[in-house]
Design a protein around this ligand. Sequence first.
Ligand code: SAH
Ligand code: SF4
Ligand code: F3S
Length: 465
Amino acid sequence: MSETKKVFIKTYGCQMNVYDSERMTDTLAPLGWIEAPSAEEADLVILNTCHIREKASEKVYSELGRMRVLKSEKAERGEKLLVGVAGCVAQAEGREIARRAPVVDMVFGPQSYHHLPDLLTRTGNGARVVETEFPVEDKFDHLAPATREKTIARGLTAFLTVQEGCDKFCTFCVVPYTRGVETSRPVDRILAEARRLADAGVREVTLLGQNVNGFHGEGPDGTAWGLGRLCRALAEIPGLDRIRYTTSHPRDMSDDLIAAHRDLPQLMPYLHLPVQSGSDRILAAMNRRHGRDDYLRLIDRIRAARPDMALSGDFIVGFPGETEEDFQATLRIVEEVGYASAFSFKYSARPGTPAAGEADQIAEGVKIERLARLQAAIDAATRAFNLSRLGMTMDVLLEKPGRRPGQLAGRSPWLQAVHLEAPSELLGRIVPVRVEAVAANSLSAALLDPPSRSEPPVSVHGVAQ
Ligand code: SAH
Ligand code: SF4
Ligand code: F3S
């Protein structure tokens, strides 16, 4: 391609979409595509969509309305705009999108991203394409791997997809249909990508998967490695000081992974372990394949291995048939676990999922009221958790400039945002701090033992920054 073209990717949904969008950008780069700061300045706009709840998928159609206007404005100026829809809505409603929105030039599902250059050639020739097959080859073999320049914080922290898809078929969830069956990437590819990231200065990696702790990638020895073993290998990579992973299913929390939390200081003491409901009756109807007690006992075992483990979760209120009593059980489990944070959602009936066809759907007013009560309980738990850190000494990875001049901001081991006065040359360092104040969503801290001026500048494997 002779001239430079500009692409703008708008990302909705989960971190895996964020990772995928970065990989799409990287895959287009050798073909002469650079990133545009906005849709207005782009020759190609890709909406990387999410289908998880009705609201999320509706956003696509309103954004496509905007794209229609933009495309005709550009056409009046003699400019061209290509519009693509990727992600989980594309996978679930590919043909419907093409039918409803003539503005769209290409629709392609999450397993087709490595075909993007080919799709562009086809649309460049005037064709409209819909590609929602699940190809046999592994897209990660053909997509550009993560590099530091393209990672989420463009520097110190990065996402790394290790597993994709889900075979759990919770009765409310579209993911098994949009992302397909559970597959794990081979261990050597993951380690190579992680090494490249660490060499470029990334200090914290978050391993991604819809069911990340169900990871069973082929190891160099030909056997299937679990996530615990993968974390042990990642912990040996120099410079990779912090490892996180998300999202986990309670059924897949193996003894080895729990032991890895005991053994590896790099494995951060923060676990996103959604339970969805505190009621056994609802958990069974959701096909979660674990009960309330299984979940609580699992947390006991995790905390026995890593006493400072903080938990986070996801909850759904108003699942079909949920009574006030069921909901009370959810409120109780929030109290019992003492979550550091949690997401909560109103049940949204998704086409094609078993629960959507249930007769006893819950009225919207009841869902709204339960969500408000649950969120109040979660907020109280988060406040209590944050307050429990007051006066505590902890390590913070300084990731970016803070709100005020002279401040830097970073994350605690428990993923809390932390602000402190610190010289900018400490960016990228993990420093000990003492927490001095607790606000609603962040901690204020003071640097302990400021490193002396005579120390060498921040360096990553000997490369001065
Ligand atoms: N793979 C992860 C998360 C999947 S989606 C897991 O198994 O936990 C993220 C969250 O969205 C889910 O945990 C669930 O709480 C919520 N969610 C999924 N489907 C939903 C639906 N139909 N309505 C409301 N919330 C939903
Ligand atoms: Fe969806 Fe359940 Fe799979 Fe999570 S485990 S992605 S909620 S089907
Ligand atoms: Fe949404 Fe697909 Fe992620 S439905 S939450 S973008 S896996």
